[in-house]
Design a binder for this molecule. Sequence first.
Ligand code: PHE
Length: 377
Amino acid sequence: MRKTLGILTALTIGAMLLSCGGGAKQDEILIGEYGSLTGTTATFGQSTHNGLTLAVEEINNAGGVLGKKIKLLTEDDQSKPEEAATAVTKLITRDGAKAVIGEVASSRSLAAAPICQDNGIPMVSPASTNPEVTRKGDYIFRVCYIDPFQGEVLAKFAYNSLGLRNVAILKDVRNDYSVGLAQFFEETFVGLGGKIAATQAYSEGDTDFKAQLTALKGANPEAVFVPGYYTEGALIVKQARELNMTMPIIGGDGWDSSKLVEIGGEALNGSYFSTHYASDDTNYMVKNFVTKYKERYNETPDAMAALGYDAGLILCDAITRAGSTDGAAIRDALAATRGFRGVTGTISIDENRNARKSAVVIAVVDGKLQYKETIQP
Ligand code: PHE
């Protein structure tokens, strides 16, 4: 009997040790990251991870947070919402993460946010722009703007800067981000006096868009708006050109990837998309970040890299101000973030746990991304 109890006690203590931060040592603070390191939107996760890693290295080199080093533990969700939920559960319950960074894609943030909320673990999304994400609860934050603003920016850009009056939409119906952004674009564009010539749908993973494009062509639009991710976005532009559709094609931040031009090639010339920052911005914060990132990774950082970096810095700043790794204390400190000078702009968290920030419009010219304009909220 005594022996059994002894074994049981040993097992219980072992399980307890595992559940309270198996991944972190005494002198470390564990931060979890979940992202699409592989799958249909692999550059989203890879770029975020690179930017976040750079932030953590800098913080640790400068002495860490609350006298401890930050340990970053990363889980790949393979670009799938179900895997995002599993990844976050692992990071929280198996590893004992004190806070979580992720995701880029809104559908995956929406799948994981309720788990963070239920466990009282703050989640900071670097780049999910669908408004529903932070509505999942008071532990859910983001460091980017939201799609009602992005949709408005794009509609005004189309109507005012490009002088368009008649635009068609091709959206990804299985993607919360795409559906939302299409709706917000339409609301503003129609409100300004523009017309939506026609709307067609696709699903992520599709490779042939000729039927939808042919239908849109028949409606004779002056431009096509494609709120979706870079792989499909680039293929759509390519196939539109093959069908002799020469009008501007416009995207949102989901187009921001080095793969966009790689896949779309010359067909992309004359298209535009909105995003969170431009790497050729002459602002000192941007220049400094781009130089450091290029030294470390030998490539130009895209928007997710910059947002991953900012998300890491903001979370660590909040933990420092909280003076503790208690979930509620970190949450309160995140909510109190004001005027944080990040690479992607000055970040203040509003009462809905979103960031109010400017957006950037990029043009594709001669196969290169060119900064066009910045739009303030
Ligand atoms: N905003 C997109 C979403 O919510 C994700 C994204 C952000 C993609 C930034 C590229 C760049 O799904």
